[in-house]
Design a protein around this ligand. Sequence first.
Ligand code: CU
Length: 267
Amino acid sequence: MRKLAALSFAVLGVFSVIGFTQAPPAPTVDRVGFPEDYMNKFKVWYVYDRQDNKQVRTIYANDLANSATADTQFNYPYGSVFVMETWASLQDAQGNPVLDGRGRYQKNPAATPTLFVMRKERGFGEEYGPNRTGEWEYVAYRPNGTYQTAPSASAGCAICHKASNQAVDWVFRSNLRFNNGGEGPVTDSVIHNYKYIPGELRVKAGSFVTIHNSDEVEHTVTDDAVNGGDTGRMLAGKTITLRFDARGEFNFHCSIHPSMRGKIVVE
Ligand SMILES: [Cu+2]
C-alpha cells in the first residue's frame, strides 16, 4: 500500500513538471537570414526524391558549406549555410509521381516550395539549451520571405537534427553528397550484405530501375547473357538507374561475387 502511494505520487510529480514546462528553448532573433537568390548563388548539393511524401528535396550549399569534403564534414566552416527546398512533385491522375528521362521526380511548377535553412556561426545554437546541435541555428521560410517556422519555434528543428550525428556536424544526408555521386532517387532494389534485395523485380517495359549499393563493399549488376549489360564496379553508396525497354527476363549476377544472383522481369 505504501509502495503504491509512493508510485502515484511520483507519477503526479512528473505530470506537474510537464504541465509547467515552457516550450523548448530556441533563439528569439533571426540570425540565419533569408537565402536571397539561393538558386543562383548556392550550389546544388544533392537532390533527394522523398518517396513517403512525394517531394523533390533539393539541398543547396553556399560556397563555405560546399568547401567541406568527406574528410572535413565533421566540422563545416563558420558561415556555412544549407538550404533545403521542399517541392511537391508532378503527379499523374492517380497521384503517382511523373518521372523525368532519368527516372527522377520533377517539381510541380504550380506548387510553392518551402525553404528550410540552417546556418553555422561561432557561438550559434546556445539558446537551444539541451537540444543544441553544435553551432547551427534553424529557420524555415516561404519563398516570399515570411516564416514557415520562426526562430522562436525552431527548437523542433534542433531536436530532430540531434538524431543525425555529431560526426557529420548534424547534417543529415551528407552521405548522398560524398558517397560516390549517389544522389537520392527512389530505389527499387538495394544491395546489402552480398545480396540483391529483392532478388526478383517485375517492371513494365520502358521503366527505370534504380539500384543502390548500401553494402560496405563493391558490387556489380552484370547480365548473365554474354555481351549483356554491365554496371561495372559500384562503390559502396553508389546508386545507378537503368532503363528496360525490351520485354524479357534478365538474369544477372555480381562479377566480383558470382554467387550473388538476381532477376528483372520486363512485362
Ligand atoms: Cu558483389
